[in-house]
Design a protein around this ligand. Structure first.
Ligand code: SF4
Length: 362
C-alpha cells in the first residue's frame, strides 16, 4: 500500500499539526464537503489534533444521505412492479422510504439486484429482453460519468428495456446555498477531491470570489486533510480567498475532459431537492431530451409525492454546518444506524453514522 501509507505517515502528520497550531491565531469554521472526508476526520481524530479554535463542520457530501425520500419512494414503486429487474449499488437498499426500503421489496418477491457498475445493468437488459431493467443512478459528479456511459451504451445497443432513475446532485450549488444562508458560519471549504477529479476546480473560482471564501480541493487521507486545513487556515489568517488544490496528484483545474463531454451530452442541469435541506436551484442533473426515453421516472410515470423528515431530526442543520451530530437529542438513542431517523444516519458515509461508528457521543 505504498501510495496510501505515505499519506498516513506519522511524522508528516505531526509536522502538519504543529504548523496548523502555529498558524492559527483566531477562531475559524471550516466545512469539509465530502462524506468520505468526514469519515477520515472522525476515524483518525483529525478534529482532535487541530487547535480548538478551528471548528470543523460537515457538509452535505454524502450522496446516499441527500437522496430525497420521495426518490426512494419512486424506486420502491418501480421495483415492486412484476416485469421489472431493479438494480442498484448495495448502499441504497437499506435506505428507508416513507414506509419501507428496497430490501423489503426484495423480501416480498421483488426482483431487486445489487450491481457493481451501471454497465452490469445494461448487460442484464441485454440478457433479459422481455423484462424492464432499471438502474438507480445516485450520487455527485463523481459517479455521474459511469451512469451517463451506461445510458449511451444502452442507446448504441438499441436497448428499449433499460432505463435509469436519476438522482444526481452537484457540489457548487450546495456550497452557494450554504454561503447564502442567513445563518452561515462557514468561512472556508475543503472541496471534495474526487468530484474535482471529474469536474476540475475552475467552477469554484467565481464562488470563492463572490463570497470571499477560501476553497481548497482536498483528498481523503490524514496528510491530505491536514494539508487542506493548513492551506485553508493560511488563507483565512492572511485575508486571502482563493481556490487552491491540495489534491494535485489527481485533480487538474480543467478536470477530466472526456468525462465532462459525456456528462454534457447525457445530462442537463435541473433543480433538485436535497434530503434534509430542501430544494436547491439548479443543483442536479436530469437526462437531456436526446436520452429522455431512458428516464425511468417518465417511463414508469412515478408520480411526485412529498415525504416529510421526522420533526426531531436535525440532519438539515448538520448538512448546512449549523450543528454537529452529537448535538442531536436523538443521536445514539432513538436514532442509530440500525434504526435511522434521518438523512445523515441512513448511510455509512453520513456524518451521524460516522460519529456513531467512532463513538463520538459528546
Ligand atoms: S442523529 Fe438521527 S435524528 Fe439526529 S440528526 Fe442524525 S439522522 Fe437526524
Amino acid at each position: 500500500m505504498k501510495y496510501l501509507e505515505q499519506y498516513r505517515d506519522k511524522n508528516l502528520v505531526l509536522k502538519l499539526v504543529d504548523e496548523i497550531h502555529k498558524t492559527t491565531t483566531q477562531p475559524w469554521t471550516i466545512m469539509e464537503m465530502c462524506g468520505g472526508q468526514t469519515h477520515s476526520i472522525i476515524r483518525y481524530g483529525i478534529d482532535k489534533l487541530i487547535p480548538n479554535k478551528i471548528r470543523l463542520v460537515h457538509g452535505p457530501g454524502c450522496p446516499v444521505c441527500v437522496t430525497p425520500k420521495e426518490m426512494i419512494d419512486k424506486a420502491l414503486d418501480i421495483a415492486a412492479q412484476e416485469d421489472v429487474i431493479f438494480t442498484s449499488f448495495g448502499d441504497m437498499l437499506r435506505v428507508p422510504g416513507t414506509h419501507e426500503d428496497l430490501f423489503s421489496i426484495k423480501a416480498q418477491g421483488g426482483d431487486v439486484r445489487i450491481v457493481y457498475s451501471p454497465m452490469d445493468a445494461v448487460a442484464l437488459a441485454e440478457k433479459h429482453p422481455d423484462r424492464e431493467v432499471v438502474f438507480f443512478g445516485v450520487g455527485f459528479e463523481t459517479t455521474a460519468p459511469a451512469n451517463a456511459m451506461a445510458v449511451v451504451a444502452a442507446k448504441e445497443k438499441g436497448l428499449t428495456n433499460f432505463s435509469v432513475l436519476i438522482s444526481h446532485v452537484l457540489v457548487p450549488p450546495a456550497i452557494e446555498a450554504i454561503l447564502k444562508s442567513d445563518r452561515n458560519e462557514v468561512q472556508g471549504f475543503l472541496a471534495a477531491g474526487h468530484v474535482c477529479t471529474i469536474m476540475g476546480y475552475e467552477e469554484y473560482e467565481p464562488l470563492s470570489k463572490k463570497y470571499k471564501v477560501p476553497i481548497v480541493v482536498t483528498g481523503f487521507e490524514p496528510v491530505d486533510l491536514l494539508q487542506g486545513i493548513l492551506m485553508t487556515v493560511k488563507q483565512l489568517e492572511e485575508g486571502r480567498f482563493d481556490v487552491e488544490n491540495q489534491y494535485a496528484r489527481s485533480v487538474s483545474r480543467q478536470g477530466n475532459d472526456p468525462a465532462q463531454h459525456v456528462l454534457k451530452d447525457v445530462f442537463r442541469v435541473i433543480p433538485r431537492k436535497w434530503r434534509g435541506i430542501g430544494e436547491i436551484p439548479m443543483s442536479g442533473w436530469g437526462l437531456t431530451e436526446k436520452y429522455s426515453k431512458y428516464d425511468a421516472e417518465l417511463k414508469f410515470g412515478v408520480i411526485d409525492t412529498t415525504a416529510e423528515e421526522p420533526a426531531d431530526c436535525i440532519s438539515g442543520e448538520i448538512l448546512m454546518g449549523h450543528k454537529r451530530p452529537n448535538e442531536c437529542p436523538a443521536f445514539g438513542t432513538s436514532c442509530t444506524p440500525e434504526s435511522p431517523f434521518g438523512a445523515t444516519m441512513v448511510s455509512a458515509e453520513g456524518a451521524c453514522a460516522a460519529y456513531y461508528k467512532y463513538h463520538r457521543l459528546t
